[in-house]
Design a protein around this ligand. Structure first.
Ligand code: FAD
Ligand code: FMN
Length: 773
């Protein structure tokens, strides 16, 4: 085959050499507009996994790169006059020039033709080529020429950054955060050869402009950065080598992905590779890795399917199919880290103490967890656990084992919880006429014995017509009050857990069957009339609710207040107002379900008017020393619905009205929703609300291990973690998770003590046993 790679960056050079190595009969040319050794940028970093892959494909290149690597283990963070360090993080870095030199030399050795100082304007300049690789970087002319075919999707990210270098070798990956009179700047600094380090400076657009950097030339920008980061530079100067850039040396990161990766131009097959087809933010430093892995995958497909011209369409289709999935995965991981740096100033640097700020930084991608940090740097993590526990009011024994963050106590108003774990509200559909029965006593009782600091009753309805199903619990009469009281008294007398009640009204989602007989389906008979913010049915099968009139609002508000008084009589420790999941109060908050034109719809203020009215009425009668949380759907996951930005606005309104915590759930407002599920998928909403609005939060959703809960609490992404489904599988979830992470000090019910010892011993034995061959 005749192969031409347009662009001699990592993608083009590496693919060229791999294909030439596969079959020396291929004619491979790499065309590059720059001179050899003339490149932009400074150093790049890699992981061990990338190197392993490269070793398998061309050991010579891998060894040359490895011998030029600089390794380092430490991360150092400078903020607010503090300098903090942790170790065990294992990075390798190499200068971009050095890397390209290695690739160029290997290309020459294998017989790849390298053409320098040739600007390519079009793929049609190579009519004899069977295969053209568009490896011409982020601003790919070739991709732009076939925009309709490749369908590039570019998102310009809001931050500004400048990629500089310095002749000061740092012995740690260094992050320096500096506040000016206008806002925060951060520097990402890492050494890549004996005397040079990469020095990327980043800030938000408004801070960039406030300093006039949009009008600054390169020299002024460099002088500005030297002044701002003088402490960490310690007399060293900054250098640029961005001659190739037109206009400002300050860039915005462009997140790119293409709808299609290849195209037949009538003579040759053209395929995109590397930055030309996708980008990954430098916050996780994986752009070069992706370029190499593209080259490897395309080579692998030629090896597998045949490297002749007639096989090219099949090979290119397979290449795209495999790589598109991998790239999406990396881009997802990069997104968390990138977004962290986009909001770091106001969300974390201004609000968190330096110790917690550093923890948040280290876990920014949500891929490195609490226990990962323990493996990397046990001492640092244990010191941090002690720091966190002291903040939570625990007397620290400097020689004793530290208390993991999820097991620290939490106090809100007059309520003291022994740990940060909450059993999330979960409807059991097992009541008759709304009355709690023996099932509920056993269900709540056993979970209260299971170690959670707080257990929540399921959504408990304020009137018979407020129920979702005939099996839902209620609290509108004396029989229910007495039955709840029995449960609350059991919890208080027998366990150290506290118990809260979630107050709700089903709204348009009411009058349906119990979950196992057809969720959201109307009853076969005995349906009751529904109401909601607007007269919109939930599903095509659902009853159409009436839009609430003012008289309805008065009646329902009075029901919430009456139930609150009964909750006081039953002895509950805390209330939660259910304003999520499309139920009555939630239906006011979402524009998807609220189409009112009166003062109860049309703006955030109007949408929140009735839910706030109910909240205030409840707060007024609920004892001042007992807290109330509000559950919100922080994302409707549907076009035109609420997003976390709206949730933050509502959270602030509830905070101002006296809410103590926001329980950050999402979805179930519209049947058209497309949630993006995954581990801890709703935690970013809690993080945003807690640290932007300054209100305590509960994180919930796919939190299933102590490691998850510890990471969330330690990083300040939430104050409490609510665990739902794992509590259905294991009523003693908290006690078992404590044992799994080796925490012996947690108290088990005295009746169960011999079980504790055996459980811990069995876990220790299993951990010590040799793994099966
Ligand atoms: C601030 C910053 C920090 C980064 N840090 C890291 C990191 O730590 N680790 C990491 O892995 N990645 C990092 N990256 C990303 C990394 O640089 C790229 O992802 C990687 O270089 C992609 O390789 P490529 O071959 O696809 O494209 P490029 O490296 O951009 O190569 C494209 C080549 O094509 C040439 N070219 C373009 N147009 C033409 C034309 N018309 N004719 C001829 N030649 C042409 C260019 O001169 C260039 O040599 C960083 C990027 C930035 C911006
Ligand atoms: C069976 C079941 C019933 C639920 N009922 C309620 C409820 O009554 N009120 C509520 O706010 N959320 C309810 N939820 C949602 C949970 O509280 C929780 O937000 C969700 O399950 C995600 O947490 P998880 O991943 O730990 O299960 C219910 C969830 C389940 C599985």
């Amino acid at each position: 085959m005749r192969i031409v790679c347009i662009g001699g960056g990592p993608a083009g050079l590496y693919f060229g050499l791999l294909m030439k190595k596969e079959n020396p009969a291929h004619h491979v040319t790499v065309v590059e507009r720059n001179k050899p050794y003339d490149t932009f940028g400074w150093g790049v970093v890699f992981s061990d996994a990338t190197m392993e892959n490269m070793r398998a494909w061309d050991i010579e290149t891998a060894q040359a790169i490895e011998s030029a690597f600089n390794h380092w283990d430490d991360i150092e963070v400078l903020i607010k006059g503090r300098r903090m360090r942790t170790t065990g993080h294992g990075f390798v870095g190499i200068g971009r020039k050095k890397l390209l030199n290695i690739l160029q030399a290997r290309c020459e050795e294998l017989g790849v033709e390298l053409v320098f100082e040739q600007e390519v304007d079009s793929d049609l300049e190579f009519p004899d080529a069977d295969l053209i690789i568009a490896s011409d970087g982020i601003n790919s002319k070739i991709r732009n020429r076939y925009e309709k075919e490749f369908k590039p999707d570019v998102v310009v990210r809001p931050n500004r950054y400048i990629w500089l270098g310095t002749k000061k070798p740092y012995d740690a990956f260094t992050f320096d955060f500096r506040r000016t009179e206008h806002g925060w700047f951060q520097a990402h600094i890492y050494k890549f050869d004996e005397e040079t380090s990469t020095f990327i400076v980043e800030t938000t657009e408004d801070v960039f402009k406030a300093h006039g950097l949009d009008e600054a030339d390169e020299a002024r920008s460099i002088a500005f950065c030297e002044g701002l980061f003088s402490e960490v530079l310690d007399g060293a100067s900054l250098m640029s080598n961005s001659r190739h850039l037109r206009g400002s040396a300050w860039l915005n990161f462009n997140r790119l992905i293409c709808g299609k990766w290849s195209h037949f131009n009538g003579r040759s097959h053209v395929v995109l590779m590397g930055d030309a087809v996708h980008t990954a933010h430098f916050a996780i430093g994986s752009g070069t890795k992706l370029a190499f892995e593209d080259a490897i995958e395309l080579t692998r497909q030629f090896r597998k399917l045949g490297s002749t011209r007639d096989k090219i369409p099949e090979v290119l289709a397979a290449y795209e199919e495999v790589r598109a999935v991998d790239v999406a995965r990396i881009q997802n991981a990069a997104r968390n880290a990138m977004e962290w740096f986009e909001v770091v100033g106001s969300r974390y640097a201004d609000t968190l103490e330096p110790e917690q700020f550093m923890y948040s930084l280290l876990t920014r991608s949500q891929r490195i967890s609490h226990e990962n940090l323990r493996v990397r740097d046990k001492k640092w993590l244990e010191d941090y656990e002690r720091w966190f526990a002291a903040r939570a009011g625990i007397n620290i024994d400097p020689d004793g084992p530290p208390v993991p963050p999820m097991f620290t106590p939490y106090r809100v108003r007059g309520l003291s919880l022994q740990n940060r774990i909450v059993m999330s509200p979960m409807a059991m559909y097992s009541a008759k006429d709304g009355v709690p029965n023996d099932f509920h006593l056993v269900h709540f009782g056993s979970r209260a014995l299971g170690g959670a600091g707080l257990i929540f009753g399921e959504m408990t309805c304020v009137s018979p017509d407020a129920r979702i199903t005939p099996g839902c619990l209620g609290l509108w009469n004396d029989e229910q009050t007495a039955a709840w009281k029995r449960i609350v008294e059991f919890v208080h007398a027998t366990t150290s857990a506290k118990i809260g009640l979630q107050l709700g009204h089903a709204g348009r989602k009411g009058s349906t069957r119990v979950a196992w007989e057809g969720i959201d389906q109307p009853l076969d008979s005995g349906n009751w009339p529904l109401m909601s913010a607007s007269a919109l049915a939930y599903t095509p099968n659902s009853q159409v609710p009436r839009a609430m009139a003012r008289a309805d609002m008065e009646r329902v508000k009075a029901d919430f207040v009456a139930t609150t008084r009964r909750a006081i009589d039953s002895g509950f420790d805390m209330l939660e107002l259910h304003c999520a999941h499309g139920y009555l109060l939630s239906s006011f908050l979402s524009p998807l379900t609220n189409q009112r034109t009166d003062e109860y719809g049309g703006s955030h203020e109007n949408n929140a008017r009735y839910p706030l009215e109910v909240f205030r009425a409840v707060r007024e009668v609920w004892p001042a020393d007992k807290p109330i949380s509000v559950r919100l759907s922080c994302h409707d996951w549907t076009e035109g619905g609420n997003t976390p930005v709206d949730a933050a606005i509502y959270a602030k309104m509830f905070k101002d009205a006296g809410a103590d915590l926001i329980d950050c759930s999402s979805g179930q407002v519209s049947k058209a929703e497309k949630p993006v599920y995954g581990r801890l998928f709703q935690t970013p909403f809690s993080d945003k609300l807690r640290n932007e609005i300054g209100i305590a939060t509960v994180a919930v959703g796919a939190i299933s291990e102590a490691d998850h809960a510890n990471s969330i609490i330690a990083a300040g992404r939430a104050d409490l973690c609510a665990i739902a489904r794992p509590h259905l599988a294991d009523s003693a979830w908290t006690l078992h998770e404590a044992a799994k992470i080796g925490l012996k000090s947690i108290a088990w019910p005295k009746q169960y003590l011999s079980g504790k010892l055996q459980y811990e011993t069995n876990l220790a034995r299993a951990a010590a046993a040799p793994s099966p061959a």
